[in-house]
Design a protein around this ligand. Structure first.
Ligand SMILES: O=C(O)CCC(=O)C(=O)O
Length: 270
C-alpha cells in the first residue's frame, strides 16, 4: 500500500477553467503572524506572512497559531466558506483514491478533506522593485491524516526533507523531490512523508509569463496551490463563539472577508 500519490494533468482543461475563475474571484488576505493576544516572542517582531492566503472550510489565522494537535486545538479554526460544488466533486474523487490506495492504518477514523488552504505564490512589487516570495520553508502539516495538493500555474520544486533542526550551519537532507506542475495532484500521508519528514517549496519557476488575475495589490501571482486537509469538526467553531480577545485579533480580517463574502457577512453578525 502506498502513502504517496502523484498524478500529472489530474485536473482536466474544463475543470481548470472553473478552478481558475473561482480562485481569481477570491480576495486573499495577507495576514500578520502575530496579534495583541499573541505578541511576537522575545527577539522576534511583527511580520506579514510570505504570501497571501485564502482558507475554505475553516480559516486558521496565523495569529491564532494554526491548528496544532495535541495541544493547540482550541480556538484555532474559525468556520469558513464551504467548498463550491465543483471542488467538492474533485475532493470526493481524491478521497476515493486515498481510500483505495493508502493503508487503512494511515487514514484516521472520520477522516475527510474538509479544509483547504489556498496559497498564492509570486512577486511583491515594492518601491518599484520586485521581491520574489515564491517559496515555503520546511514544516509539517499537523492536521491528522493524508493531505492532498493541487497546483496551478508555474512549476514548483517541492521537497521532502530530513530537517537539520536549529543547526543552521547544517543543511536539511533532501529525501525526495518533485516538480509540481499545472493541474497536478499530489497526496502524501503515513509515518514517513507526513509524520517524520518535513516538506518545503524551494522555488517556483517563472516561465509561463501568464500571471493570475488575483486581487492583491502590488503582488504578481504565478502559482496557486491548494492543500486539502482534515480538521475534526468538533475543533471548528463559528467566530461568534470565540473569546472576545481572539475575536478582536481577527476582526479586521473578518471585516475584509465580509466585503466580498455573504458567508462572512453572516458570521460577523454577533
Ligand atoms: O505549495 C505547495 O506545493 C505546498 C504548500 C504547503 O506546503 C502547505 O500549504 O503546507
Amino acid at each position: 500500500m502506498k502513502n504517496l500519490i502523484f498524478e500529472e494533468n489530474y485536473i482536466s482543461k474544463s475543470l481548470r477553467v472553473q478552478f481558475v475563475d473561482y480562485l481569481e474571484g477570491l480576495t486573499p488576505l495577507w495576514e500578520n503572524r502575530f496579534s495583541e493576544s499573541n505578541p511576537p516572542p522575545k527577539g522576534d517582531q511583527q511580520r506579514k506572512l510570505l504570501r497571501p492566503v485564502y482558507w475554505l472550510g475553516n480559516w486558521q489565522f496565523a495569529c491564532l497559531n494554526y491548528y496544532h494537535p495535541p495541544r493547540g486545538i482550541d480556538y484555532r479554526c474559525v468556520e469558513a466558506e464551504p467548498f463550491p460544488d465543483f471542488m467538492q466533486r474533485v475532493v470526493d474523487d481524491v478521497e476515493n483514491k486515498v481510500r483505495n490506495e493508502f493503508s487503512p492504518s494511515d487514514i484516521p477514523h472520520k477522516w475527510h478533506l474538509n479544509t483547504c488552504l489556498v496559497n498564492y505564490y509570486g512577486t511583491e512589487v515594492r518601491d518599484n522593485q520586485t521581491i520574489d516570495l515564491a517559496r515555503v520553508g520546511e514544516h509539517k502539516d499537523f492536521e491528522p491524516g493524508p493531505v492532498a495538493s493541487i497546483s496551478f500555474g508555474d512549476r514548483a520544486l517541492f521537497q521532502f526533507v530530513e530537517s537539520s533542526g536549529r543547526d543552521r550551519a547544517q543543511k536539511s537532507k533532501v529525501i525526495l523531490q518533485q516538480w509540481l506542475s499545472d493541474s497536478c495532484l499530489q497526496v502524501f500521508g503515513g509515518e514517513k512523508f507526513k509524520k517524520k519528514l518535513f516538506h518545503r517549496v524551494q522555488r517556483v519557476e517563472e516561465k509561463s509569463g501568464k500571471p493570475f488575475q488575483v486581487k492583491v495589490e502590488n503582488f504578481i501571482t504565478r502559482r496557486i496551490n491548494l492543500t486539502f486537509r482534515y480538521v475534526p469538526t468538533e475543533h471548528i467553531k463559528p467566530y461568534r463563539l470565540f473569546p472576545e480577545n481572539l475575536q478582536r485579533d481577527v476582526h479586521e480580517y473578518m471585516l475584509k472577508l465580509s466585503e466580498k463574502s455573504s458567508f462572512f457577512q453572516e458570521q460577523i453578525k454577533l
